[in-house]
Write a protein that binds this ligand. Sequence first.
Ligand SMILES: C[S@@+](CC[C@H](N)C(=O)[O-])C[C@H]1O[C@@H](n2cnc3c(N)ncnc32)[C@H](O)[C@@H]1O
Length: 699
Amino acid sequence: MPPRAIKTTRSASNDGSSKSPRSPAITPRTARANRVKSREARKAPPPPKEESESEGEGESESESESESERGSESESEEDVEGGSDDEGSESESEEEEAQAVKARRTGGFTDENAKWLKPSSKKRAEEESDDDDSENGTEDDSDDSEQSEDDEDRSEDDDEFAGLDGNDSEDDGDMEQDDSEDDSEDDSESSSEDELLPIERKALKEDARRVKEKEDARAEQLETNIQDDDTYHLPDEDDDDSVPDLSAIQMRIQEIVRVLKDFKNRRETGKSRNDYVERLVADLATYYGYNSFLIRYFLDTFSVEETMELLEANEQQRPVTIRTNTLKVRRRELAESLINRGVNLDPVGKWSKVGLIVYDSRVPIGATPEYMAGQYILQSASSFLPCMALAPQEGERVLDMAAAPGGKTTYLAALMRNTGMIFANEYQKKRLTSLVANLQRLGCTNAIVCNYDGRALPKVIGHVDRVLLDAPCSGTGVIAKDSSVKTGKSAEDIAKCAHLQKELLVAAIDCCDANSKTGGYVVYSTCSIAVEENEAVVDYILRKRDVKIVSSGLEFGRKGFTSYRGKNFHPSVEHARRFYPHVHNMDGFFVCKLKKLSNRTVPTSNDTFDEKRAALESGYFGGAHDGDARVDDANADVASEKDQAIEAKKRKRVPGYVKAALAEVGAGSAKKTKTAVSSRSLPPDKKNAKKDKKSKGKK
Ligand SMILES: C[S@@+](CC[C@H](N)C(=O)[O-])C[C@H]1O[C@@H](n2cnc3c(N)ncnc32)[C@H](O)[C@@H]1O
């Protein structure tokens, strides 16, 4: 039978996110929003399938995992089976069938990734908002460069309101007239009125009163907007504990964002930027249900507009994606089988040959015969990326250091066509069951499951050709999946994760054989968007081991940060890739590929000379607290005592590349500059203490 067209009964456009069979999670924000009376009336009824599925997912993901245990996957059987049961009950209308036939005739994979990569165009707030154009005007501003457009929107809105104002007064007049007419009608008892029952007359009056009330409210809002056009008066802190008025908070958020965009002209005299930002932090935290730490963190990492986009994207579920297990079936064959079962799907995009996006399905996608037979696995699209970056070769020895539930291990096995050997390690015993189950279901016969703390592995398995470290993390990239992250993560949690991640990455590098004929690569990934867990970790490893960052070969994704809040990272960190829910409509992810240059446990290779010198010139060694942090980190390393001794010796010497680089930038003697660097890097209080000590000594 010739392969049939894949485009089928999809009734909506290919933008993925809002058409996904997964429901939006019931987040604190949406739950609260439901309580806001003014919104209730406007809310579209949710699709019937939503509740059960999001609950299922929530349950499976809120398993008592500490942040260091958090998995980014939804491959476990429970997750999957919670999936699409209700979809099975969806009745098929004739119209749908007709559309299906039509779509089938059009034929073939569409592979239009661009469409799918865009998050759903309509933002939730917009969907929920009423027809108030002033709100829409502001929220439509998703682009950083849209300041002027925003202003345009504003003025249009204002015009529209101005029109309304005029109408309003007319309406008011009419209203009053109506009222008086009503009254006079009541008095004169016209013939039609005569026919009305008293209760009907009362209802008519009530209707008229409501219309008037609505018009008054609009007029009032218009006035507010006109006032706000120039400056926005920041209201005093809410200090009552009553249920927050989300509509008011939403309006205030918009106003504050508007002020921050043109602070000079729009701020209230006497209020600082910080006053506005702090209010914004509090309002966003209330509106979206986060702790203020995380909101502040996002605002420190992204622009205000981008933070808002991220927060909105976190309110929507990502599209459901599956990965074809090419050990058992080709994607086209799988797609055909699933289409025959009533699954509406498409390829995820040109960048993947194995991924399919599932729009909706008449059968539970985690319980089809094809699923049971291991022809596919439910896997988030961003989880494909680290495996693609690692690109394991047939016959190699590969280590997957943190493997459960096995989404990536099974992909590695498929890429290696079940040849060579994969060490699939998982530290948590209880997670081994899902790992083993997935390996068995998908028919991976080249994997050995082991149960070690990843940090101990260099002593256990020695050298392999490639290592994947999909590290345990804070999960700040997968908030749409696990809303507990919104309130459950603190700066301390992120610091703890970062510490473990550094130790695991040192071990990952030590397990990798720099002399491998085909490999010598390590891929580091997380489902966090926190810089401390990503760029800071790979920047650290550049100083700890003889490695360099290389291109991951991934076609898309944003560059890694080379500086963050006053800290400079090694310039090559830009080769790392960041993926975001609001940009790529994927789970937030970080992927970095490293090439091991030698098996030494200290970074001595000449290959890194240029990068280091460039880094030095760009202030890599000169950041305020950076210098200290680097030395502290070095002491906290898990390297052997011997390595540490070698390193201490090295630190006493001024390395050649430092001398050369310093000479090049015209600094005095290396010794002098070194002292200068170390004292510059002391925090002010320590500097003063040092001064005090000196002057005391002199006395
Ligand atoms: C992000 S999840 C891995 C997801 C997996 N790679 C996949 O694609 O299915 C991180 C895993 O690291 C495990 N883990 C936590 N601490 C570890 C350690 N010290 N050594 C090894 N694994 C650890 C967690 O239990 C968790 O299963």
